[in-house]
Design a protein around this ligand. Structure first.
Ligand code: GLC
Ligand code: CA
Length: 553
């Protein structure tokens, strides 16, 4: 058993634009985050993952960076950043930067140079190709609708952008690009940051011939086509040697399109690449084939199959990251739980189910309150370019009607996770004194931090307890995982084992009452946490709607 501090930690993700606005311009900012540092300390988290705060024209809310060593003006100054970092460190909280280096903004000086001429010194920093038969060089689609290629008048060639056309892909095969990135990362480490979450890092190495892929519902191949390319592991090992080994860092790679076999390399326990990866197979259990735009509900058996395959597959070889939510996903309580009558019970159940697994848990801002999806009315209510582009593309091509597409967006849009954090029941949920950049979820009077801090049985206090338990019971961090009842459509039950210690976790994913026969050894055991308060573990127990309980043998 290889003990590491980052395996024992809980990470909290902040989406700065929506966390806390300090100056009334309607946009969350760094001073706002600093002002809430005690809230985070009380929650008990160990690490903050900060979504991008770099200079950016904000085509994709900061994931399009025009200067990696400057702070976005709307978010504050470098002094504000340093103050925030100090405030975190004073409280024993580490800070992880979002490293977005598969692409830059088209307004980054490298790209401004690159597009000027074919012999510009920066030309080869990006991926340029001539037209093929008068069209795009291949059939890849952008993650945000349309083709992944943009024709540039200046030099009459196409550049690759797996995301928006304002996010041109860097050419990682160019050693100068890698050196620039590594130099920049070292600069941030020198400033004292503790690690990196690496944006779509699985996409950085493209096959040299850029082959076509299988087209999806909009006619283009997936942006994930280049995932796990020929040199990705070599480049990450180089990064490990030239940057990451200089400090005791925490690293997590966002690996779209990653398979279990590939993850074993990215997150290998010999420490040559990253500490852990984000995989997304469990985010596809409610997709309609390869199409995320649907309102299909998941089948619990699929979720258990995916989670268990990753739990067992990485055991002793690599390390899992555990998440239900992030800034790209809808709210988990609306998706996998129940955001009506059983909102609180199901939010606690989902948290129990996730935090008791093997891996490092990630909490996305507001998840600890059981924040829900948002009743967006019309397309104008959305801000996310992914949602807006998909709406126009798919209704335009007649794939879905406007009503259908709005229904899917209300269920799956990234904006569901991006509305302001609900601090209290005052105006704009206490997020801003101005006009928020995106609507506030109208349920803030009922769902907010102030109310939950004051109430012992709140979702927030439940998260605090879960986080505390992880520090007290080694089995929660290091125990091996084994699934029980793979065929149950309502119950997710599993055990953890460490030496002669055994832990049972039982979660009812349904709004009905379900009978469960707990294995004999756990009858009358020590209950670590439960969401109803009076569970009685044993054979023939009746699980109530969304009931969860974790019990030691
Ligand atoms: C990642 C980010 C997402 C962003 C995209 C492009 O998936 O999490 O928010 O839009 O990369 O940078
Ligand atoms: Ca502000």
């Amino acid at each position: 058993m290889d003990k590491k501090w980052w395996k024992e930690s809980v990470v909290y993700q902040i989406y700065p634009r929506s966390f806390c606005d300090s100056n009334g311009d309607g946009i969350g900012d760094i001073k706002g985050i600093t002002s809430k540092m005690d809230y985070l300390k009380d929650l008990g988290i160990d690490v903050i993952w900060l979504s991008p705060v770099y200079e950016s024209p904000n085509d994709d809310n900061g994931y399009d960076i025009s200067d990696y060593q400057a702070i976005m003006k709307e978010f504050g100054t470098m002094e504000d950043f340093e103050e925030m970092l100090g405030a975190a460190h004073e409280r024993g909280i580490k800070l992880v930067m979002d490293l977005v280096v598969n692409h830059t903004s088209d307004e980054h000086p490298w790209f401004v140079e690159s597009r000027k001429s074919v012999d510009n010194p920066y030309r080869d920093y990006y991926i340029w190709r001539p037209a093929k038969d008068g069209k795009e060089p291949n059939n890849w689609g952008s993650c945000f609708s349309g083709p992944a290629w943009e024709f540039d008048e200046e030099t009459q060639m196409y550049y690759l952008h797996l995301f928006s056309k304002k996010q041109p892909d860097l050419n990682w095969d160019n050693p100068k690009v890698r050196d620039e990135v590594f130099r920049m990362m070292n600069w941030w480490l020198d400033k004292g940051v503790d690690g990196f979450r690496m944006d779509v890092i699985s996409l950085i190495s493209k096959k040299p011939d850029l082959p076509d892929g299988v087209p999806g519902i909009n006619g283009y191949a997936s942006f994930n086509e280049p995932a796990n390319g020929p040199h990705v592991h070599e480049y990450l090992q180089e990064m490990r040697e030239k940057v990451l080994n200089r400090a005791d860092t925490i690293t997590v790679g966002e690996c779209s399109g990653v398979t279990l076999e590939e993850a074993k390399k990215y997150a290998r326990s010999d420490g040559k690449e990253l500490n852990m990866v984000f995989q997304f197979e469990h985010m596809d259990v409610d997709a309609d084939g390869s199409n995320k735009w649907s309102d299909k509900k998941m089948d619990l058996r699929d979720l258990k199959e995916v989670m268990s395959r990753w739990q067992k597959g990485l055991e002793d070889i690599a390390w899992n990251s555990l998440f239900w939510e992030n800034h790209d996903q809808p709210r988990s309580v609306s998706r996998f739980g129940n955001d009506g009558e059983y909102r609180e019970a199901s939010a606690k159940m989902l948290a129990t189910c996730l935090h008791m697994m093997q891996g490092t848990p990630y909490v996305y801002q507001g998840e600890e309150l059981g924040m829900t999806n948002v009743p967006f009315g019309k397309i104008e209510d959305f801000r996310d370019l992914d949602s807006i582009n998909a709406y126009h593309e798919l209704t335009g091509k007649g794939v879905f009607s406007e009503e259908e597409m709005l229904r899917y967006l209300r269920y799956k849009s990234r904006d569901n996770a991006r509305t302001p954090f609900q601090w209290d029941d005052g105006e704009n949920a206490g997020f801003t004194t101005g006009t928020p950049w995106i609507m506030v979820n109208p349920n803030y009077k009922e769902v907010n931090a102030k109310e939950q801090l004051a109430r012992e049985d709140s979702v927030l206090n439940y998260f605090r307890k879960l986080i505390r338990l992880r520090k007290e019971y080694e089995i929660i961090v290091y125990g091996t995982y084994d699934l029980l009842l793979p065929d149950s459509e309502e119950i997710y039950a599993y055990t953890r084992t460490l030496g002669d210690k055994r832990l049972l976790v039982v979660c009812n994913f349904s709004a009905g009452q379900v009978r469960y026969d707990a294995p004999e050894e756990f009858a009358g055991g020590e209950i670590l946490i439960q969401n109803y308060g009076d569970a009685c573990v044993g054979a023939g127990m009746e699980l109530r709607p969304y009931e969860a309980v974790a019990v030691l043998a």
